[in-house]
Design a protein around this ligand. Structure first.
Ligand SMILES: O=C1O[C@H](COP(=O)(O)O)[C@@H](O)[C@H](O)[C@H]1O
Length: 267
């Protein structure tokens, strides 16, 4: 049984007893959002991260979702990517492909992966250009508030240091205000070269879900979610607050174990 509750700024929290339960709830959430968005806009633009989140998406490629989701209406993007070949063990594209993309009937031209034959800078520029074209043709929505794309759903994980996407604590890329896609060449977590959505793009999304599991992340979950005061160190995950969208955290019990305050409802 999951616990669910509201937190600061309308943030919703869902805490699960097992990874299996979390994976099923995540699949239900994505499937419901996909259905509602396709009814409203005709397409569903989802951006996925790498890391432990990806194996939790495997339920999407199973019954009933494999039959019920309108996969042909999906456009799939990456929130961040490592500058390695697509068949490299560190590639976020490969991770998604191996875990679930190879099992779902998406339209190949709707898969907007990041070019692995370019330098980090050129690949970031090319990726941003692709997104600009899709915004121009209204495949991707546009924010009414910022000059940014409005993805229907951005899925984030969080590292033990509080990083989301490839936005690391105290890194200057966190201050990027103009670019939609940026690159770094000094990631504290290997590999060093990465391409990433910037904070304004994440904040402009219609929905952001942050998926975090494991007791090794409990301290950082506490810093990111609880009101811990001004002495709090730079925690990129804490900065995530969609301007005109919904924020939902999916946690397992070990990751939620250091949270303060009550989480009310059984769902
Ligand atoms: O390097 C990355 O790390 C984060 C978190 O990964 P996790 O394995 O600790 O869950 C991930 O969200 C990001 O996409 C990835 O590039």
């Amino acid at each position: 049984m999951a616990l669910s509750g509201a937190r600061r700024d309308g943030m919703e929290l869902r805490i699960h007893e097992s990874l299996e339960e979390l994976s099923t709830d995540l699949a239900d959430y994505i499937s419901d959002l996909s259905e509602a968005t396709i009814k409203e806009r005709g397409t569903f633009c989802i951006a996925i991260s790498g890391g432990s989140l990806v194996s939790l998406m495997r339920t999407l490629s199973q019954a009933p979702y494999i039959k019920t989701i309108e996969w042909a209406k999906w456009h799939i993007f990456w929130v961040d990517e490592r500058v390695v070949a697509k068949n490299h063990a560190d590639s976020n594209y490969k991770l998604a492909k191996d875990n679930f993309l190879s099992k779902i009937p998406f339209i190949p031209s709707h898969l907007h992966s990041i070019n692995d034959s370019l330098t980090a800078e050129k690949a970031a520029n090319e990726y941003e250009f692709v997104i600009r074209q899709l915004v121009r043709t209204r495949v991707v929505g546009v924010s009414e508030i910022s000059d940014c794309p409005r993805f229907d759903l951005i899925l984030l994980g969080m590292g033990c240091d509080g990083h989301v996407a490839s936005l690391f604590p105290n890194h200057s890329v966190l201050d990027e205000e103009n670019e939609w896609v940026s690159y770094i060449i000094d990631s504290p977590k290997p590999p060093p070269e990465r391409i990433t959505f910037t904070l304004p793009v994440i904040q402009s999304s219609a929905n952001v879900a942050v998926v975090v599991t494991g007791s090794n992340k409990a301290d950082m979950v506490h810093l990111a979610i609880d009101d811990v005061g001004p002495e709090c160190p730079s925690v990129p995950a804490k900065m995530i607050q969609p301007i005109n969208g919904k924020l939902l955290w999916f946690l397992d019990e070990p990751a939620a174990s250091k949270l303060g305050g009550a989480t009310q409802n059984s769902v």
